[in-house]
Design a protein around this ligand. Sequence first.
Ligand SMILES: Cc1cc2nc3c(=O)[nH]c(=O)nc-3n(C[C@H](O)[C@H](O)[C@H](O)COP(=O)(O)OP(=O)(O)OC[C@H]3O[C@@H](n4cnc5c(N)ncnc54)[C@H](O)[C@@H]3O)c2cc1C
Length: 109
Amino acid sequence: MESKETKTWARIGPAYLEELLGVLSARGIDVDVEASTLVTPADWAARGLAAGTPFSAAHTFAQTGPFRPRNLPRRHGNVVLAGCGTTPGVGIPPVVLSGKLAAQRVTGR
Ligand SMILES: Cc1cc2nc3c(=O)[nH]c(=O)nc-3n(C[C@H](O)[C@H](O)[C@H](O)COP(=O)(O)OP(=O)(O)OC[C@H]3O[C@@H](n4cnc5c(N)ncnc54)[C@H](O)[C@@H]3O)c2cc1C
């Protein structure tokens, strides 16, 4: 059975796409769409991603940099985290930096 969120995205997803194309057109950018694929949070949720986000914890100021979950989880010893779910945040540059920070935690350097 479809969840409420899935039904909501099925309704607002295509409408949002139309609005986006309308805004582009209003700004002088006419897009001649031959083929399109619309991906919404419902698609991410169907792939098992929590809360329908592909970005781990949401990409907000309050969950970025020092505010993101620590790479040394408080309740678990001998574990070091790396990746977009921990400090410093989402995106390839922060994730590479996260790996460096994790390696420094492990080696102590
Ligand atoms: C649509 C989209 C567009 C993006 N665009 C940009 C962009 O333009 N620039 C930018 O800098 N960043 C972008 N990002 C963000 C960037 O891709 C991510 O922040 C980054 O890839 C996260 O890296 P990661 O190593 O933490 O996780 P991932 O790259 O997701 O790697 C995790 C890996 O672990 C594997 N895995 C998961 N569970 C298990 C398991 N149980 N056992 C074994 N393996 C497992 C997964 O298959 C995956 O290969 C984008 C992300 C998305 C979704």
